[in-house]
Ligand binder design. Structure first.
Ligand SMILES: [Zn+2]
Length: 414
């Protein structure tokens, strides 16, 4: 349990005080609940955490909120999304349910190619307008940080367009956005050769993205239908040269060796992992890599092969949970619903899941020293919920919504 600091005397006047709350800090090893406490915020940071029993010990605040005994958690973090894209794939979904084969869908222009075409057609303002409702849907659930990938442009102009839109979302909404360059997502139709395309990404697209400072990390899709381990390694080498963090879509449909590659390059996270070999887990742990599980894709694809969660637990590999929000394999703009899927499908505990969308999700973005925990000096990204225990966030769908959402100390939920 975090030591409660009741000495507020040297704080001066703080910006905000929230009292009469309980909280889950996610900062101790046991993530212990703190009953009857209060928290103060100043300059967007958590400045004081104290006991609720003695009001005389509260710091003087410009604004005070009565939490009415509700539960405060860190702001939620969706650490893997593709939420900037054009069009949707509903017609393809229907075709599949009417019995069309993968080939028939491909021939009629479906699949990722259709999203690339739809995304390329839109200008920046149109792409922004199409992406906004998806972000809004996440924000009203108490998400305060979102990672967004490119990967539906697949050429310099369109990849930059996607990443600029992601940055514009951060300017327009109370959210921190982290961007990942995912040029190595699929082979665009104007290329016939994957090696040539990877070289184009290395020589032209990534330097242009870097010139504008549009990417916080580099991502890739290491898979039979994506790119080989060798091709992805070239991307990792280039990321390293540009001093960009590395993330990977790995072992989703087969074991293609992407997880050990990310471990070799000390990447931030390996994402998906249904086909992860247990022998890779110690490598990931040793390289300080986070396992990002994506139950929405598992659900939407009707996958039956489970990620090796027991083995990850055994090795204490940090596990994060994210929506993978995308138009094809995870059209789900709700992290809370995906948290339920993580419990129901992957048999993760509510605490593991809450850790997966706070502390461990922050680590998957390289932001564990700043967000994802209720801790002195951390960003005051906080959510107040009308619940008593964290399990109430995960056990159903659409039963709970936040009462207050604080982004950098500002109440953005009215
Ligand atoms: Zn993804």
């Amino acid at each position: 349990m975090q030591k409660l600091d009741s000495n507020a005397a040297n704080l001066g006047t703080v910006d905000t005080l929230i009292y009469n709350i309980s909280m889950v800090t996610m900062s101790g090893d046991l993530h212990t609940d703190q009953p009857a406490c209060a928290i103060a915020i100043t300059n967007g940071k958590i400045a004081w955490i104290g006991d609720n029993t003695n009001e005389a010990h509260f710091p003087i605040a410009k604004v005070s909120y009565d939490g009415k005994g509700q539960l405060l958690t860190p702001g939620l973090i969706d650490c893997h999304t593709h939420l900037v894209y054009g069009g949707d794939r509903a017609a393809e979904f229907e075709q599949k349910l009417n019995g069309a084969t993968y080939e028939e869908i491909s021939l009629s222009g479906g699949g990722i190619v259709s999203t690339v075409s739809a995304t390329r057609t839109l200008n920046e303002a149109e792409l922004l307008a199409e992406s906004e409702p998806r972000l809004e849907s996440l924000l009203k659930e108490g998400i305060t940080t979102v990672e967004i990938k490119s990967g539906y442009g697949l050429d310099t102009h369109n990849e930059i367009k996607m990443l600029r839109v992601a940055r514009q979302l951060e300017e327009k909404y109370p959210v921190t956005i982290r961007t990942s360059f995912l040029g190595a997502h699929a082979l665009p139709k104007e290329f016939k050769d994957k090696t040539e395309y990877i070289q184009y990404l290395i020589d032209e697209v990534l330097p242009a993205v870097q010139k504008e400072g549009l990417a916080d990390a580099v991502d890739f899709f290491c898979e039979g239908i994506g790119f080989s381990r060798l091709e992805c390694e070239k991307i990792c080498q280039t990321a390293k040269q540009h001093k960009l963090a590395i993330k990977g879509h790995v072992e989703q449909l087969s074991n293609s060796g992407g997880a050990s590659l990310v471990a070799e390059y000390n990447g931030l996270s390996v994402d998906h992992l249904e086909y992860l070999e247990k022998t890779d887990i110690p490598l990931l742990k040793a390289a300080n890599v986070v396992a990002v599980l994506l139950p929405g894709a598992f659900y939407s694809l009707g996958e039956t092969k489970m990620p090796p969660i027991d083995a990850m637990r055994e090795h204490k590999l940090p596990m994060a949970i994210a929506t993978d929000l995308n138009p094809g394999s995870s059209p789900i703009a709700s992290l809370l619903n995906v948290m339920n899927l993580a419990c129901v499908q992957f048999k993760m505990t509510p605490y593991e899941v809450l850790l997966g969308v706070t502390k461990n999700a922050a680590k998957a973005l390289g932001m564990e020293d700043q967000i994802g925990q209720i801790k002195l000096g951390y960003d005051a990204d906080l959510v107040l919920w009308p619940i008593k225990i964290p399990a109430q966030l995960c056990y159903g769908m659409n039963l709970v919504k936040p009462t207050m959402i604080f982004k950098a100390g500002v109440n953005v939920n009215g």
